[in-house]
Ligand binder design. Structure first.
Ligand code: CP3
Length: 381
């Protein structure tokens, strides 16, 4: 079932937004990233890395010294500085906003923290209808530190786009039901069958919270949005379609009306890990670009997405991915061959943005990332 309904009457982004401005020094419309996300041929092959802002960078560890993760996200100057660090260092084609999928929960007033080496942990797990009913609503005013951090960041980025993001309802609800990280996400997967009403109420809350968080970033200056459903790969296709896809579609629906200066929608990426079996269903939740993890070759992802080849033999869904993070610490020759293979495989899609098949491991030598960016930029799009 496709839950996309085309076309909506657009809501124009502000005239000074990077996707709407006529100032060439600030416009991101012709950037390699936005061009590839829209299925065009970019001036150079675009690349960015999930978790590029973070522990692999000594300059990150330095500015974070003694400051908690969520506190760093809520200090606009600091969040902006950390967002910019990998762009300065690696010359990547996009910044990803430094924040976390649980930041909007904290802003709403949920008792959540990020424990180093563990991940998001809640003061109290959310398991019953009463727990869900008691969840606080995210207010528009509370998103101000996010808008401020985005404004500071895009003022520095010039024509390099900022990507905004949010956690998809299943992944966020998985942390909420378990009260913290888990391997198999049994809690939320049991809840959707045992108590679908409570599950749907929780996932609706998570979808609206994620949607508002993402919309704040895009309105304040982000040129694309990515919905992270990191743990959706633990779901069967049936469960995904019945209990998750409608909620992810709701999250996307918060931003689908936003259009740039020429009426084009803002590119929306959907990514998860282990999603080989549910990739088309994730696309149908309302994404215009699909992120692919390292398990599935891009050619196969393209085939599964069922893109009908156009006259030039290319399909219709731009792809993002999928260098295997494990190879970042392999000998350069091995890594280089893999990166070249990924770039070649991506040519089957109408647009390809190179990325990792999941985030940068904290132990990664950052000079290797810079070298990969140089290599990718040396290959003709
Ligand atoms: O560079 C970037 O990608 C931007 C920032 C970003 C962070 N988290 C910063 C962060 C993004 C996009 C996220 C999203 C996120 N957060 C996801 C989806 C992406 C994915 O990796 O699958 C998930 C599942 C989370 C939840 C979360 N937050 C986890 C599992 C962890 C790791 C815990 C640990 O310490 O190993 C975090 C913490 C976190 N989020 C860090 C960063 C830089 C590390 C905190 C630190 O530096 O102390």
């Amino acid at each position: 079932m496709s839950v996309m309904s085309e076309p909506l009457t657009g809501t124009s982004l502000p005239a000074d937004h990077p996707l709407a401005t006529t100032d060439p020094a600030r416009s991101t419309v012709r950037s390699p990233l936005v061009t590839a996300f829209r299925g065009g041929t970019p001036s150079r092959t675009p690349v960015w890395f999930m978790r590029q802002a973070g522990r692999s960078l000594p300059e990150y560890r330095e500015v974070r010294e003694g400051i908690g993760m969520l506190e760093s996200c809520l200090r606009p100057e600091l969040a902006s500085e950390i967002t910019l660090q990998p762009v300065r260092r690696h010359d990547v084609d996009a910044a990803i906003f430094f924040s976390d999928i649980v930041v909007p929960l904290r802003l709403a007033g949920v008792d959540v923290d990020i424990v180093p080496g563990t991940g998001p942990v809640l003061g109290q797990a959310v398991r019953t209808a009463a727990d869900v009913a008691a969840l606080p609503e995210l207010t528009d005013e509370s998103l101000e530190p996010i808008r401020e951090a985005v404004r500071l960041t895009v003022a520095e980025l010039g024509s390099t786009p900022l990507i905004g993001f949010a956690g998809a309802p299943f992944t966020v609800a998985a942390y909420m039901v378990e009260g913290g990280p888990s391997r198999d996400h049994l809690g939320p997967r049991t809840m959707m069958h045992a108590d679908p009403e409570t599950w749907n109420a929780l996932a609706t809350w998570a979808a609206n919270t994620a949607g508002a968080f993402l919309r704040a970033q895009i309105e304040a200056g982000a040129s694309a949005g990515q919905l992270f459903d990191s743990w959706a790969g633990s779901l069967s296709l049936d469960d995904y379609q019945q209990y998750v896809q409608p909620h992810s579609a709701r999250a996307f629906s918060h931003v689908r009306d936003l259009v740039d200066g020429s009426g084009q929608p803002v590119p929306l990426v959907h990514f998860g890990t282990g999603t080989s079996e549910i990739l088309p269903a994730m696309r149908d939740a309302g994404a215009s670009v699909m992120g692919v993890d390292y398990r599935l070759p891009l050619g196969e992802a393209h085939r599964r997405l069922g893109a009908t080849p156009g006259p030039d033999g290319r399909g219709t869904v731009p792809l993002q991915g999928n260098i295997d993070p494990a190879l970042l610490s392999a000998p350069w020759e091995v890594l280089e061959a893999h990166v070249r293979e990924v770039v070649e495989a991506g040519r089957v899609a109408p647009g390809h943005v190179v990325n990792l098949g999941h985030g940068v491991p904290p132990t990664t030598d950052p000079t290797v990332l810079t070298r990969i960016v140089d290599l990718i930029h040396s290959i003709q799009p």
